[in-house]
Design a protein around this ligand. Structure first.
Ligand code: A3P
Length: 288
């Protein structure tokens, strides 16, 4: 539901902050030109966006961590829907690495006539729910957002939340799965085999890295390293926006942590809605 903390654009809820405007969202959808050598990191929030942005930054630099240690992640792989990054987008020397949480229907239309590559990372939705629940406590502009886990669960299942329904987001983007410029991976695959995942991402990007360079990507994109990298861990976000004592980006960095937050009844309720909403989806996810 729209409130003073949110607005609705084409049926999708956005936080009512300076960084999102209907004008900019419309510009991104209708006018923003993706280039053939762009790489876009697409996720539903809390699915591993920063992790993939770090991996892409390191692959681009052949495993050399200098860029990720010295330039903010939001400048290396800027969010296209964020109006504050408009200048970065326009002045970015190609190839550009971009991030977005936009659902497919709000993504730049120019994608459909370009060879721009999309990497779509999906995560177990129960972990997405729990990760979001803890993270959002730190955001001052969302302080009157529904705040018990039960309320959050119901919002998640109804789809009445920022960036819309997880189910619609995933189903929408997966319609692209047979396109040669679309690559689909899960957070869980990154967890299970980061080295092999980096190798697959490189193959998709047409980038050849040596084993030592892949080792360096894996080491520098690890949870332990990223947690301490102030260019990547959101610790530089202004205190006006984020209360760093209430939540952080690099929280647990594991799969399945929902088990210590959701009750059995909540998990079963989630499963019932999940089965119903994902009926007909043929992709096998690691959590199914
Ligand atoms: P948790 O809250 O479960 O710890 P996003 O970047 O889309 O906001 O996703 C944030 C989630 O990704 C957080 O999950 C965070 O810990 C996790 N994450 C970020 N970097 C990671 C890394 N290098 N390895 C594993 N998980 C990572």
């Amino acid at each position: 539901m729209a409130s003073r903390t949110h607005f609705i654009h084409k049926g999708i809820l956005f936080p009512a902050t300076d960084i999102y405007t209907v004008e900019h969202l419309t510009y991104i959808e209708d006018e923003f030109q993706l280039m053939d050598d762009d790489v876009v990191n697409v996720t539903y929030p809390k699915s591993g966006t920063h992790w993939m942005a770090e991996i892409l930054s390191l692959i681009h630099q052949d495993g050399d961590p200098t860029w990720v240690r010295n330039v903010l992640l939001s400048e290396r792989v800027p969010w296209i829907e964020n109006i504050e990054t408009k200048d970065i987008l326009l002045n970015y020397t190609p190839p550009r690495f971009l991030s977005t949480h936009l659902p497919l229907q709000l993504f730049p239309k120019s994608f459909h006539h370009s060879k721009a590559k999309v990497i779509y990372t999906v995560r177990n939705p129960k972990d997405v729910l729990v990760s979001f629940y803890y993270f959002i406590k730190a955001f001052k502009f969302l302080k009157d957002y529904a705040r018990t886990l039960q309320e959050d669960l119901e919002e998640f299942l109804s789809g009445n939340r920022v960036y819309g329904s997880w189910f619609d987001h995933v189903k929408g983007w997966l319609t692209m799965k047979d396109k040669p410029n679309f690559f689909f991976i899960t957070y869980e695959e990154l967890q299970q085999d980061l080295w092999g995942s980096v190798e697959r991402i490189c193959r998709f990007l047409g980038k050849e890295l040596t084993d030592q360079q892949i080792d360096s990507v894996v080491e520098n994109a690890s949870f332990e390293t990223m947690k301490d990298n102030k260019m990547s861990n959101m610790s530089q976000v202004s205190d006006k926006i984020m209360d760093h004592s209430k939540g952080k980006l690099m929280r647990k960095g594991k799969s399945g942590t929902w088990k210590s937050s959701l009750t059995v009844a909540q998990s079963e309720r989630f499963d019932r809605v999940y089965q119903e909403k994902m009926r007909g989806v043929t992709v096998a996810f690691p959590w199914d």
